[in-house]
Design a protein around this ligand. Structure first.
Ligand code: ADP
Ligand code: MG
Length: 265
C-alpha cells in the first residue's frame, strides 16, 4: 500500500495537525494544599485541551477549584501531580525563571480587581509588561500600547489615570495591558465580578470581538449569564470536571440592547 493511502499515515497526519492547534493541555492535574495538618484537594485530576481560537468559560461554585486551575493555566502555580502544557511546553521541567518567562510571553491576565497602578496614565499602565523587555524600543512600546488601547475602544483616554475612569473603562485598560504582549491566550478570573449587568455585557462584547479577531480566551465565572456568552463551558465541582460541552454563544451585544434603558448616566 502506498504511504498516502495508508490510513495510519492519514491518522498520524491529522493528529499532528490537530496537535499544532492545541494552545494548552491539562493532563490529570491535581493540586493539594497543606493547611496545618490538613490536606485540601483543590484539583483532583483535571484533563482537557484548549484549541487556538476557542472561547472557554470555567464555571463552578465558590471553592470548586476555578482559581486554582486558572493559576496553573497561567503558570503562576504548578500542579502537585499531572502535567500542564502551554503552547507545547510541559511546565513540570521548567525552573522558576523559565516559568515566569513563559508566563510573560504566552499569557495575558485579566483579574476581577483590575490591578492598575494608581496615579499612572492608561497608556503607561498598558506599557508596563514591556517596560523591562529590552528587545522592544520605547517607540515600539508606545505604539503597541496605543494600538492595544484602540483595540479596547479607549483611544480617547490615553492620559487618564484610573481614578478618572469608570470601572468598565479600568477593566478595558487591564484588558489592553493583557493584550500588549500578543499572548497565546487571555485568562480572565471573574473579570466582570465587580461590574453591573450593563457593563458586564459591554466587557463580554469586547471579549467576543477579541475572540472573533482570533484571540483564544479562558474566562472563569460563576455567573451563568456570562458563561452563556462563550463557546464552551467547563464546569468544576469539588476539584473535578463534571461537564465540558460546546454551546451556541449568546451575543453580548444583543443582550446589551435587550436591557431596559439605563437610568444612570
Ligand atoms: P474557586 O476559585 O472556585 O472559588 P479556589 O480554587 O479558590 O476555588 O479554591 C479551591 C479549594 O482550594 C478551596 O477549598 C480553597 O479553600 C482551597 N485553596 C485555594 N487556594 C488555597 C491556598 N493557597 N491554600 C490553602 N487552600 C487553598
Ligand atoms: Mg476563585
Amino acid at each position: 500500500m502506498a504511504a498516502a493511502d495508508n490510513p495510519e499515515h492519514k491518522n498520524a497526519d491529522s493528529k499532528s495537525k490537530a496537535m499544532s492547534n492545541i494552545i494548552l493541555k491539562a493532563d490529570n492535574l491535581q493540586r493539594v494544599f497543606q493547611v496545618g495538618s490538613e490536606q485540601v484537594h483543590a484539583l483532583r485530576g483535571v484533563s482537557f485541551t484548549v484549541n487556538k481560537g476557542e472561547f472557554v468559560s470555567i464555571m463552578g461554585a465558590s471553592g470548586s477549584g476555578k482559581s486554582t486551575l486558572l493559576n496553573i493555566m497561567g503558570c503562576l502555580d504548578r500542579p502537585s501531580a499531572g502535567e500542564y502544557y502551554i503552547d507545547g511546553n510541559p511546565i513540570s521541567k521548567c525552573s522558576k525563571d523559565e516559568l515566569s518567562t513563559l508566563r510573560n510571553r504566552k499569557i495575558g491576565f485579566v483579574f476581577q480587581s483590575y490591578n492598575l497602578l494608581p496615579r499612572t496614565s492608561a497608556l503607561e499602565n498598558v506599557e508596563l509588561p514591556l517596560l523591562y523587555n529590552n528587545t522592544v524600543s520605547n517607540k515600539e512600546r508606545r505604539e503597541r500600547a496605543v494600538h492595544a488601547l484602540e483595540q479596547v475602544g479607549l483611544q480617547e483616554r490615553l492620559d487618564h489615570t484610573p481614578n478618572q475612569l469608570s470601572g468598565g473603562q479600568q477593566q478595558r485598560v487591564a484588558i489592553a495591558r493583557a493584550l500588549i504582549n500578543d499572548p497565546v491566550i487571555l485568562l480572565a478570573d471573574e473579570a466582570t465580578g465587580n461590574l453591573d449587568t450593563r457593563t458586564s455585557y459591554e466587557i463580554m462584547s469586547l471579549f467576543q470581538k477579541l475572540n472573533r479577531e482570533g484571540k483564544t480566551i479562558a474566562f472563569v465565572t460563576h455567573e451563568p449569564d456570562i458563561a452563556d456568552c462563550t463557546q464552551r463551558m467547563i464546569v468544576l465541582r469539588d476539584g473535578h470536571i463534571i461537564k465540558d460541552q460546546n454551546i451556541e454563544p449568546k451575543s453580548a451585544q444583543a443582550a446589551l440592547e435587550a436591557l431596559p434603558p439605563s437610568d444612570t448616566i
